[in-house]
Design a binder for this molecule. Sequence first.
Ligand SMILES: CC(=O)N[C@H](C=O)[C@@H](O)[C@H](O)[C@H](O)COP(=O)(O)O
Length: 226
Amino acid sequence: MKLNGLFPQQGLIVSCQALDHEPLHGGDTMAKMARAAVQSGAIGIRTNGAADIVRIKKEVDVPVIGLIKRDIPGSAVFITPTLTEVQAIVTAGADIVALDITDREGRLDTVKPLIVYAHERGVAVMADISTLEEGLAAEALGVDFIGTTLSGYTPYSVQQEAPDFELVRGLADRVQVPVVAEGRIWTPEDAAQALDSGASYVVVGSAITRPQLITARYVEALKRYG
Ligand SMILES: CC(=O)N[C@H](C=O)[C@@H](O)[C@H](O)[C@H](O)COP(=O)(O)O
């Protein structure tokens, strides 16, 4: 099994994110989510924004994967798009920087300095990719983790409601760095299947930390009774 010293065992990483339009945004809500997750056995936390990275680092004693989502007009890349966000994530104290390493807008040719910046400061890098080819390119660029985060979120990747276990399997067969299964993992059984498919770690977000999406699934299931 491929492991990274930051996470010496396989396990669950909980994504605690609430963007500014989401009901749980702000204050110490995500830090409390993180505390609850770690209390029950999460081995790591993934979070968005410098403020939540700082709060969560104070709140829990597990590695934190930090990202900053930013919309840049005319660009589809939104997870840690530029060096400015990498700098802010490193300054906030994240252990791992997560960033988009997709084959869009010439990114595969321009992202290397972002990786180097993090590494020079002792911070690991997680590549958020959407296809096997992007995963192979990310490994060649020297990242420490490869996550399936963006499968289904680029127009050319597999579009499905289920997690992309096939991508997990393909990556696990081909790359030497740990594979992180992430995206649309809604049940404990999905999470176990992700590890069975060869992932070293599994990130679960919405199913644990976005009550508005959890509620919507229940409401949808009960619709015919309304
Ligand atoms: C595509 C995108 O923007 N993904 C973001 C990446 O950090 C988050 O909004 C997701 O919640 C995270 O990837 C976890 O996935 P899920 O919430 O499906 O368990």
